[in-house]
Design a protein around this ligand. Structure first.
Ligand SMILES: NC(=O)c1ccc[n+]([C@@H]2O[C@H](COP(=O)([O-])OP(=O)(O)OC[C@H]3O[C@@H](n4cnc5c(N)ncnc54)[C@H](O)[C@@H]3O)[C@@H](O)[C@H]2O)c1
Length: 400
């Protein structure tokens, strides 16, 4: 295993989570230099995480001779500039979500890393939570049959820094901030090779006095016929709600990542302390998260990134995935404006997916619509006559 020497660009919330993960256990990969605009914040960050050097120059961090991997943990409007500079320097680059503010920006970033031939990973942690990885594996192994519907929800009371509220810097409201996670979770369950065809989206600004949306709901129709549904909000009260549901022809999966993780605690109020990201209270019934960096996917995400880098293979989450997500988000904004279904415009590399097709079962020349076991042990069949289109019930004995 090769030990990697990392430049961390950014000392905000995600810079902390990333460094906490990288330095958290006994990993060999270490942050060698951190970039912050402010010397003071850079120094405080270095002291917090035992980082040997800090700089106020992005280029100096990228060009540091010991550094072979650069992590972009900066606000959205700086992703393209940072990624382009890393690609030019010929180093590996890992970029936080969303990849770009728009699909055009994301596509230029994709082109830059492909042209330079450098390793590039899209840091989409919520597709790497241990529960999600296991659920995706179950779906891929056919445990729930064909996926028909995926719902992903991320809501909280709103972001923690001023720049998030300025659509010029971010590209939009919670669709960009949270919808990017939901869309990629949905793609992982619906199938990455399943083309997102069209989108219907509703947005509104209900609570915060901002120009962008603070609530949104959208449907994504995939080529297989599967529907993705996401709900995002910056006005939800009660912490951070992260839930996914997957419906298949043979099964169902429900995931709750944050507010009901099996760890519930009551306190009448003692020492104030950190409970979990975006928790609104530290008294009463609390829903702490055991190991946040693990449960939010950061640990498995970096493991995949560095293993793939060493093996010379693509990680689970690539810049192309980031570009597809941006293309779907662009379509969401177009749809909300048009108040109509709109096509997802993108340079698709994923091939084609067959439509989910029911294979009708016949009983006595009739099409079986449904089978249901009765309390007395017999079975009731709901049948349709293929000639007349009439429906009927038939109760049958269950074979031995
Ligand atoms: N789960 C996740 O993957 C996740 C979670 C949070 C944030 N993010 C992403 O990480 C990025 C940073 O978000 P954050 O939560 O750390 O934000 P933050 O506000 O906590 O930190 C942003 C950092 O960038 C610096 N910064 C701000 N404006 C700058 C400028 N003009 N030039 C240089 N530096 C500047 C700030 O000083 C700070 O160090 C965003 O793209 C965000 O979407 C990802």
């Amino acid at each position: 295993m090769r030990a990697h020497s990392i430049a961390m660009l950014g000392t905000g919330l995600i810079g902390d989570f990333y460094t906490m993960t990288l330095h958290g256990q006994r990993g060999a990969d270490r942050v060698r230099v951190v970039y912050s605009r402010s010397e003071e914040r850079g120094r405080a960050f270095s002291e917090r995480w035992g980082i040997p050097e800090q700089t106020t120059s992005i280029q100096a961090a990228i060009d540091h001779p010991d550094v072979d991997v650069v992590v972009v943990a900066l606000p959205n409007h700086l992703h393209e500039e940072a990624v382009t500079a890393v690609a030019k320097a010929g180093k590996a680059v890992l970029c936080t979500k969303p990849l770009g503010r728009t699909a055009a920006e994301a596509q230029r970033m994709l082109a830059a890393v492909e042209k330079a031939g450098v390793f590039a990973g899209y840091l989409e942690d919520l597709c790497y939570t241990p529960k999600t990885l296991k659920a995706i594996r179950s779906v891929e192994e056919g445990a729930i049959g064909d996926v028909t519907w995926v719902r992903s929800r991320e809501t909280h009371p709103g972001p923690h820094s001023a720049w998030f509220w300025d659509g010029r810097l971010t590209g939009g409201g919670p669709i960009i901030d949270l919808g990017c996670h939901c869309i990629e979770i949905i793609r992982n369950f619906a199938g990455k090779g399943n083309r997102p065809v069209e989108v219907l989206c509703h947005t509104d600004t209900l609570v915060h006095p901002i120009d962008d949306e603070d609530n949104a709901i959208a449907l994504i129709r995939f080529e297989s016929g599967a529907i993705g549904q996401f709900e995002v909000s910056w006005t939800f009260r009660g912490g951070m709600d992260l839930r996914d549901e997957v419906a298949g022809t043979h099964g169902t999966i429900w995931l709750n990542h944050f507010l009901r993780t099996g760890f519930e605690m009551f306190t009448a109020g003692g020492e104030k302390g950190y409970v979990a990201e975006k928790a609104e209270t530290s008294a009463g019934w609390l829903f702490p998260v055991g190991d946040e960096v693990s449960e939010l996917g950061y640990v498995d995400m970096f493991t995949d990134m560095f293993r793939s880098m060493d093996a010379g293979t693509a990680p689970r989450e690539t810049f192309y995935d980031g570009y597809v997500v941006n293309s779907i988000m662009d379509a969401c904004y177009r749809s909300a404006k048009a108040r109509a279904w709109v096509p997802v415009e993108l340079d698709w590399r994923g091939g084609t997916t067959a439509r989910i097709a029911a294979k009708p079962e016949l009983y006595d020349g009739q099409v079986v619509i449904k089978r249901e076991l009765l309390p007395d042990g017999r079975e009731k069949l709901i049948l349709k006559d293929p000639a007349t289109g009439d429906f009927s019930d038939r109760v049958v004995a269950v074979k031995g």
